[in-house]
Design a protein around this ligand. Sequence first.
Ligand SMILES: [Zn+2]
Length: 261
Amino acid sequence: MRLFTRLHYPYGLSVRKLVLLIATVAVSAPAPVFADAVSVPAPQRTVSSFSFFSAATASTPKAYWNPCQVIRYGIDTTQATAAGMTGSREVKRWKSAVNEASRAMGVTFQYVGRVHARVAKNKPARLPGVDIVITYGNASRSGAAGYGAALAGTTAGVAGVNWTEAGQRDQITSGYVVIDARDAAAHTSTWQQPFDSRPATQRDPDPLRALYMHEFGHALGLEHVEDSSQIMYPRVSSTRPDIYGSGDRAGLQALGTQACF
Ligand SMILES: [Zn+2]
């Protein structure tokens, strides 16, 4: 499912907001998968093995973060720990996922620490000093505790970006990820516990890290692709490496090498 809304703020700034959802299907051994809900539309642009939310040309993003800024991210693990996950382990997993994006993109990310994410209309509100808010919700709860509507049913996570129009380009100014804590906790205990922080080439794939890399890719401006060898393919399997594929890396590199805003 993909939602698209356009918001007009009181001061006249036009902000487009994209929300991408990924969802779980029934999980069964030995190859459980995360997958999009059946209602997901075909990607609007699939260029070989990478695609952007908003593209200027086939291989050039129109909407992207300022590659000359440090992108700051914070994590709220409240609902993760409530679901039985270990907060420090999740932070480690996120840092590992973000590091992969940083290497591919050539952009610096800064972990600002644990944050307290506020909920606004089933999405995390912007936080001062935080560019990308990463948090967890509980599909069975609504309001401040749960993001219930956004994570209802088989949805494992949501991610989105805001951007502002800047001439022929759009500058992404904030992003967020919400992980369904109960889904994640279930997969963590089933698949891999605890998180193994060794390099991906030295350990078994961690599907949860792959899910985080997928959602973080959305928060950086990447759209789904139909190439099943890429992280941005909307299915994450326990039998597939939890590393960005060649197309993922090409897309991230393009996002990280545009002119500065
Ligand atoms: Zn997705």
